[in-house]
Design a protein around this ligand. Structure first.
Ligand code: GLP
Length: 244
């Protein structure tokens, strides 16, 4: 697991964009694993700018998102599908037929099954992850064990509280979600985790504190990946105790 420390969140986003765009240049039909959240907003803006400038071509890429709320239809403003449309798909040249989105309004068991069939049939070429303040990736929450395949999950109180900022109140945050499993993370050819902000300091600090894979820190599974890179800015590195 490689640590890259940049001068700013903007530079972390640029570095992440470069890794994705380099992957796409080598393999135009690459499968991109994509995330949502404030950590990826500047990155998706860079993708949009690079696409408009003719520096990046997403037309042949396939995408799959790592998670989605259960119970929110894809046109709900707080669904991750809506986020992707607003921040990325609607502003770039991804082809609709190449985009795989979980349907938050579908029957959860059947939808988790469909999600798994897709992930088993393919391998993610480059996987983008954020990290929750409690160390979650996708919606793999801390617990006493890992769950290998994509699955449905009950969100922790900490995650509900953290994501309440996107909703009118915490009561509106769905309590259940779909997520890729740790198997899908470990199988990815390359994993890029981007983080910024003081709320991530504890999780990022724990990630680099030892060589352990700990289900109480789900992000620690990326230590099993042959090619994983964590990209943070100096401010977070300092807050996480990774800079003296
Ligand atoms: C959310 C999502 C994750 C995301 C993480 C960080 O709950 N399930 O996919 O990476 O938490 O979000 P943010 O970037 O907004 O801090």
């Amino acid at each position: 697991m490689k640590l890259t420390v940049t001068e700013s969140f903007e530079q972390s986003s640029r570095r992440t964009a470069d890794l994705f765009e380099s992957c796409i240049r080598k393999k135009p039909d690459a499968l991109l694993g994509l995330a949502t959240g404030s950590s990826v907003v500047p990155l998706y803006r860079i993708f949009s700018e690079d696409c408009a400038a003719g520096k990046a071509d997403f037309s042949k890429c396939c995408t799959i998102n790592v998670d989605e709320y259960i119970g929110l239809p894809n046109d709900h403003p707080q669904s991750f599908a809506y986020f992707m449309q607003t921040h990325l798909f609607g502003k770039t040249n991804f082809s609709a037929q190449n985009i795989y989105l979980v349907d938050g309004a579908a029957d959860p068991a059947k939808e988790a099954d469909r999600f798994n069939r897709y992930l088993r049939a393919k391998r993610i070429d480059i996987l983008l992850l954020g990290i929750g303040g409690n160390g979650h990736i996708g919606f793999n929450e801390p617990g006493d064990r890992f769950i290998a395949p994509a699955h449905t999950v009950e969100l922790s109180e900490q995650t509900v509280a953290a994501n309440a900022r996107m909703f009118k109140s915490a009561d509106e945050v769905p309590r259940m979600a779909f997520t890729i499993g740790v198997r899908d993370v470990v199988r990815a050819n390359k994993v890029v985790l981007i983080a910024s902000g003081a709320s991530k300091a504890d999780a990022v600090g724990r990630l680099f504190a030892d060589d352990c894979i700990d289900p109480m820190l789900p992000a620690s599974v990326i230590k099993l990946c042959d090619d994983a890179e964590v990209i943070i800015d100096e401010e977070l590195a300092e807050a996480a105790g990774l800079r003296s």
